[in-house]
Design a protein around this ligand. Structure first.
Ligand SMILES: [Zn+2]
Length: 251
C-alpha cells in the first residue's frame, strides 16, 4: 500500500553502500522505519530531507506486518535553517528526538505528540538562548500526552499550593508524578526524588509558558541539571528498559 504523510526524522543510519535506514515519527502511522534506497548517493532525490530533526513529507510503500517499509519520496516541509547554527541548540534538538524515539512504540499514532514535536523543533529553530527550556517543556508535555503527567501545582497529600512551600527541598513521587510538600513526607518505601523547590517552580514555569516567555526564562545551571536528572529518572521509572539518553548527558 502506497501512503503519504508528514514526518519528523528521528534517526538515520547507513545501510549497504548507497542506502539508509531512517526512523520517522509520522503523523498518520506513528514511529516507523523505512529503507531509503540510494539516499547516500550524490544524485539522491531525497536531498537533506532525511537528516535528523527535519520535518518532511514522505511517500512510502507500507508493507503489512513488516517493521521495515520502503521509502519512495521525501521532501522538506518547512526548513529549519537555524537549528544547526549553535552546538547547544543542536544538542537540545537531538534530546527532543531521542526522547521521542525512546518512549514511542512502533506504529503508535498521536496527532498531539506529532504537533508537539514539530512545534518544539520550530521553537528551537527560532530561539536565541535558553535552548534547554524548549527541551524541558517538550518533555513535560510529552509525559502528559503519554499518561504520566507530572503534577506539581499542589501537594498530592494535603493540597497545599507549591507557592506556599517554605522548605528548600521537596519530593516528587515517581509513581504518580506528584509533588509532596515538606509537611507531608512520603512513605519511606515509595520511589521519590528530592529536588529543590526552585527547580520545581522553574519546571512549572517552563511548561506553562508561551514561546516568548519560554525563551526569556532564565533557569540556573544547577536547577536545570536537577530538572534534566528528574526527566531522566522519571523516564526510567515509566519506561522500563529505556536506555539512558546520550544527548541528555551532553546537554
Ligand atoms: Zn502536603
Amino acid at each position: 500500500m502506497i501512503v503519504s504523510t508528514d514526518a519528523v526524522v528521528l534517526h538515520a543510519m547507513k545501510y549497504s553502500d548507497t542506502s539508509k535506514i531512517v526512523t520517522l515519527y509520522t503523523r498518520e502511522y506513528g514511529k516507523i522505519k523505512v529503507v531509503a534506497k540510494g539516499a547516500r548517493s550524490n544524485k539522491s532525490t531525497f536531498g537533506s530531507s532525511l537528516e535528523p530533526m527535519t520535518h518532511s513529507s514522505v511517500i512510502f510503500y507500507k508493507k503489512e506486518h513488516k517493521d521495515l517499509h520502503l521509502l519512495s519520496k521525501s521532501e522538506i516541509v518547512t526548513p529549519m535553517y537555524r537549528l544547526a547554527t549553535d552546538g547547544d541548540k543542536l544538542q537540545a534538538g537531538f534530546a527532543v528526538i531521542e526522547l521521542l524515539d525512546v518512549v514511542m512504540h512502533s506504529e503508535e499514532k498521536s496527532e498531539n505528540i506529532f504537533q508537539l514535536v514539530v512545534q518544539s523543533l520550530h521553537l528551537l529553530d527560532r530561539s536565541e538562548k535558553n535552548f534547554r527550556n524548549v527541551f524541558i517543556a517538550f518533555a513535560v508535555h510529552l509525559f502528559r500526552h503519554l499518561g504520566y503527567e507530572l503534577s506539581l501545582e499542589r501537594c498530592s497529600r494535603c493540597d497545599r499550593s507549591i507557592e506556599t512551600e517554605t522548605n528548600r527541598q521537596v519530593k516528587i513521587l515517581f509513581a504518580s508524578g506528584a509533588y509532596v510538600c515538606s509537611h507531608c513526607a512520603p512513605d519511606e518505601h515509595s520511589d521519590a526524588l528530592g529536588i529543590s523547590i526552585g527547580a520545581v517552580r522553574s519546571l512549572l514555569h517552563s511548561s506553562g509558558s508561551d514561546a516568548e516567555t519560554l525563551f526569556r526564562l532564565e533557569i540556573g545551571r544547577q536547577m536545570s541539571d536537577e530538572i534534566i536528572q528528574l526527566i531522566q529518572m522519571y523516564l526510567h521509572y515509566h519506561v522500563p528498559g529505556a536506555r539512558t539518553l546520550r544527548s541528555l548527558a551532553m546537554l
